[in-house]
Design a protein around this ligand. Structure first.
Ligand code: ATP
Ligand code: MG
Length: 464
């Protein structure tokens, strides 16, 4: 069922539209051009039937205004005389089709169905192009962990419904990716997914960004602006960083969520919308509710389906898989052969705690793919804070061993610690010394004193 606006100064014609179309479509009527434009402004229409000759604003004039304001609808011009010149002018000004009065009901319906098909295709095409642009930097969702499998299982179940979804998780865990997944697995997939980052837009602009504004709504509003909610109609709106919203905007959002109606800033006409909601935050929203920073009722409305993306350090089995994926991805993007991770680098990755989660891993690999000649990512090129964490971690692992005698335990620890560093540095004493934070001479003294052999750090065969 499409929403059709018929503009004609003859009431008998309007009546006949109504009778011919009512069982198929939702028909609204306007008796002149000004009334028609006003109606268009307060709702979303798929198609306009527009009389060419009317007193006051001519049909052609109204058509030009419709195209200038970029209303997303098809326009069929209706004329008594098939005046070729006017028809040509109308088509040039953006009309999709034309009809002559009087018309047969079957012809009218046929012409309308054709135009509706066209506008539908156009919209799908537009949203496909938009999502294609978004995929350029996206790609697949990679995981091996049970916890992520569970998350995506529930998202898959939630996707085809219209329920609101709340995605929580630390920064960089893949919340935006999860939102895209839900949209793409929903029946709205061919319509737009519109993202609003609530934290990135200044509070004063956010309201008009979300709801749009009328011309002259405030100083600087020189044109009518379509808000994100309207753009998301039939599709999905993704409200990212929703925890950053002011209480005032929270109550406006709550009203929208409950009534499915928005009003543009500076306007007073309700616009009905069909939008699915996904929200995300890296805050603990239930805590924000307790602190009075987030509305309880909005939280419950958003929280119909809730998923939490675990931090990367709680799903270590995903690390090497993700690393391989990004190595491949950036190699393709940069048209270079893919780098490999040495065993040592993999070890460092395994024990590191990844505070920036998947994004940190992705950025690291992008940087290495750009900067390193290859073929391997070497351990010395990793950032210092990662190596520090690694040194600390292996230190702890070895001292865990309970030794009855202090001296023995310390000796064993020193030995293992140095062997590990020599292995990471592939037997290069200068590198190993720098990993250990020792002077080179001190290291070589320890190597001799502890009688550490090259075989112990995997360099035994090198001289052969
Ligand atoms: N499981 C995954 N598989 C593949 N890529 C992933 C995965 N998780 C995250 N990424 C990638 O990591 C980056 C960060 O993910 P995303 O932007 O979805 O995180 P976020 O949780 O929204 O972060 P923030 O809270 O900082 O906005 C993106 O480039 C995303 O494509
Ligand atoms: Mg995000």
């Amino acid at each position: 069922m499409a929403r059709i606006l018929a503009i004609d100064d003859e009431s008998s014609i309007l009546e006949s539209y109504k009778i011919a179309l009512e069982d198929l479509h939702d028909v609204t009527m306007a008796e002149d051009g000004d009334a028609g434009l006003k109606t268009l402004d307060s709702g979303l229409y798929d198609l306009v039937l527009l009389d060419i000759s009317m007193p006051g604003r001519s049909g052609l004039d109204v058509l030009k205004e419709i195209r200038r304001q970029e209303y997303d609808c098809a326009v069929i011009m209706v004329t008594v005389h098939k005046d070729v010149e006017t028809v040509v002018e109308a088509i040039k000004a953006g009309a999709d089709d034309y009809m002559t009065k009087p018309f047969k009901v079957t012809d009218l319906r046929h012409t309308i169905e054709l135009s509706l098909k066209m506008i539908d295709l156009e919209r799908k095409n537009r949203s496909l192009r938009a999502s294609l642009k978004a995929t350029e930097h996206r790609g697949e969702i990679i995981y091996a962990s049970e916890s992520m499998a569970l998350v995506f299982e529930s998202l898959k179940k939630a996707a085809p419904t219209d329920s609101s979804v709340l995605i929580t998780g630390e920064s960089g865990t893949g919340k935006e990716l999860a939102a895209q997944f839900v949209h793409e697995h929903s029946r709205r997939a061919e319509f737009p997914l519109i993202t609003v980052n609530c934290a990135a837009i200044p509070e004063t602009l956010l309201e008009s960004e979300l709801f749009g504004h009328e011309k002259g709504a405030f100083s600087g509003a020189t044109e009518r602006k379509t808000g994100k909610f309207e753009l998301a109609n039939r599709g999905t709106i993704f409200l990212d960083e929703i925890g950053a919203l002011s209480l005032e905007l929270q109550s406006k959002l709550l009203r929208t969520l409950e009534t499915k109606v928005i009003e543009r800033v500076g306007g007073n006409k309700p616009i009905h919308l069909d939008v699915r909601w996904i929200a995300a935050t890296n805050r603990d929203l239930s805590r924000s509710v307790e602190n009075g920073e987030f509305r309880n009722d909005l939280f419950f409305r958003l929280n119909v389906i809730a998923v939490n993306l675990p931090p990367l350090q709680e799903r270590r089995e995903d690390i090497s898989l993700l690393a391989d994926h990004f190595l491949q991805q950036f190699a393709e993007e940069l048209k270079k052969p893919a780098l490999r991770l040495s065993n040592e680098v993999q070890e460092v990755f395994e024990v590191y705690d990844w505070p920036g989660n998947v994004r940190e891993l992705r950025n690291l690999i992008e940087r290495h793919t750009v900067l390193e000649p290859g073929p391997e990512v070497s351990v010395e090129s990793l950032p210092d804070h990662m190596l520090d964490a690694y040194r600390k971690e292996i230190g702890v692992a070895i001292t865990d061993v309970t030794k009855s005698r202090y001296k023995e335990a310390i000796e064993e620890f020193r030995r293992a610690f140095i062997v590990r560093a020599m292995r990471i540095a592939k037997g290069n004493q200068i590198r190993a010394a720098s990993i250990l934070g020792l002077h080179r001479n001190t290291l070589s003294h320890h190597l001799r004193a502890l009688k550490i052999l090259p075989e112990e750090y995997g360099q035994g065969d090198v001289s052969k």
